[in-house]
Design a protein around this ligand. Structure first.
Ligand code: S3P
Length: 449
């Protein structure tokens, strides 16, 4: 069987075009894949390492642009962080409440997690002044979801559009504990408040409408914070002012990155892939349940626990997929995987309906509009809904020019769709993949053999 041709071309404006040409006979994907470290856990390991007392060692850190933004912000506030690599990163923590006032604007780049989690820490450092910003995308994303609860705690934060858009200025304060009922299931909101609560005397509680990822809860406990969780009421309580101590963190592979290969293996006839060392924390495995509903053949092998997080190798084999409905509590457990699930739905029999996912509109791009537009350019049948998409599968795709809108997950989802499209697909602004998956194109080449 002929392999697909994959070319990456740098453009004058420094953007990259990823060109995928499939042979007339089709391709099949084979091999074992190592994926990069989990983005959410990487951010948290760097942040907690920075504010803990003593040294934190991080193995398997994601070397994407987003964790690099976190590292540079905390370096600017006094944390010593060794050069970033996957083997071992050492963070010399400065102890609770000791972040220094940076002499320049803190830049979170493209990373919502960096900006939103960091705001909780900055707002609760009395007497210090901070300014934070990000790239074009981040400066248009809503920050009121964290600014409002922080203001209820007594924070002073200023920004455009009624203090809801970065750049933001923060004058650190002694905060007071609150019980916050979050209107959205968001780990970034929950974690921001939990981090502010670390420095705040008393008990701060966050209640969510549905459970979001719980990496902050797990890691804060491991570092010595007083965190209690009530799964019945979907609430988490942090009792403030316990010292954190540096730990050894082993970052598992990111299930959000694994998802691209799981869908690739499921939709490309004749494929069999094993994705190694994938974090399978139950607050993140919505994508596995969704693909199972669609009839995908995915097996969890070698299940184990690594540094407080469940991990497995995932074997996927091609199978015929059927449509499914995604709505309700599963949505926050697969929020970043919905673009790639949409690709699976394009190749499934029947009409897949995705609802309750309006959060997709305020991610790195409006992922509902952008995915619908780009998949339709390839010949798919996708209709936008206010809070999701309706996707009728089964129409063959034809290669054409598509655009990531500088959104990493859109770039990679379109590359997987291209594997099953006839002819040549050109993905513009494909460099966005480096936000969470710098090695994506090489792995794509590897499994095409
Ligand atoms: C993240 C939480 C999610 C997710 C993001 C990472 C985190 O965002 O989309 O990629 O690390 O806490 P929301 O909390 O906005 O849903």
């Amino acid at each position: 069987m002929l392999a697909a041709a994959i070319t990456l071309e740098s453009q004058e404006d420094l953007s990259h075009k990823l060109i995928i040409q499939t042979p007339a006979t089709g391709v099949s994907l084979q091999g074992r894949i190592q994926i990069p470290g989990d983005k959410s856990i990487s951010h948290r390991a760097l942040m907690l390492g920075a504010i803990a007392q003593g040294e934190t060692e991080i193995q398997g850190l994601l070397l994407g642009e987003d964790p690099r933004s976190t590292a540079s912000c905390f370096q600017a506030m006094g944390a010593e962080i060794s050069p970033l690599n996957t083997e071992l990163v050492r963070v010399k923590g400065i102890g609770l409440g000791n972040l220094q006032e940076p002499v320049d604007v803190l830049n979170a780049g493209n990373s919502g997690t960096t900006l939103r989690l960091m705001l909780g820490l900055l707002a609760s450092h009395p007497g210090r002044f901070f300014t934070v910003t990000g790239d074009n995308s981040l400066r248009s994303r809503p920050m009121s979801r964290v600014v409002k609860p922080l203001q209820q705690m007594g924070a002073q934060i200023w920004g455009r559009k009624d203090n809801s858009l970065a750049p933001l200025a923060v004058q650190g304060q002694i905060l007071k504990p609150i019980h916050y009922h979050s209107p959205i299931a968001s780990a970034q909101v929950k974690s921001c408040i939990m981090l502010a609560a670390l420095f705040t005397e008393g008990k701060t509680t966050v209640t969510e409408p549905a459970l979001s990822r719980d990496h902050s809860e797990r890691m804060l406990r491991a570092f010595g914070a007083d965190v209690s969780v009530d799964p019945e009421t979907k609430s988490v309580t942090v009792t403030g002012q316990a010292q954190l101590y540096g730990q050894k963190v082993i970052v598992p592979g990111d299930i959000s990155s694994a998802a691209f290969w799981l869908v690739a293996g499921a939709i490309v006839p004749g494929s069999e892939l094993v994705v190694e060392n994938v974090g399978v924390n139950p607050t993140r495995t919505g994508i596995l349940e969704a693909l199972e509903m669609m009839g995908a053949d995915i097996q969890l092998e070698n299940q184990r626990e690594v540094a407080g997080e469940p991990v497995a190798d995932l074997r996927v084999r091609y199978s015929r997929l059927r449509s499914c409905t995604i709505a309700g509590d599963i949505v926050p457990r697969m929020i970043d995987e919905i673009p790639i699930l949409a690709v699976a739905a394009v190749f499934a029999e029947g009409t897949t309906v995705i609802r309750d996912a309006e959060e997709l509109r305020v991610k790195e791009s409006d992922r509902i509009t952008v995915m619908a537009q780009q998949l339709n350019k390839l010949g798919a049948q996708v209709t936008e809904l206010p809070d999701g998409m309706e996707i009728t599968g089964g129409t063959p795709l034809r290669g054409t020019d598509v655009d990531s809108h500088t959104d990493h997950r859109i770039a990679m989802s379109l590359a997987i769709a291209a594997l099953n499209a006839s002819g040549v697909t050109t993905i513009h602004r494909a460099e966005a993949a480096a936000i969470s998956y710098p090695n994506f194109t090489n792995t794509l080449k590897q499994i095409l053999g």
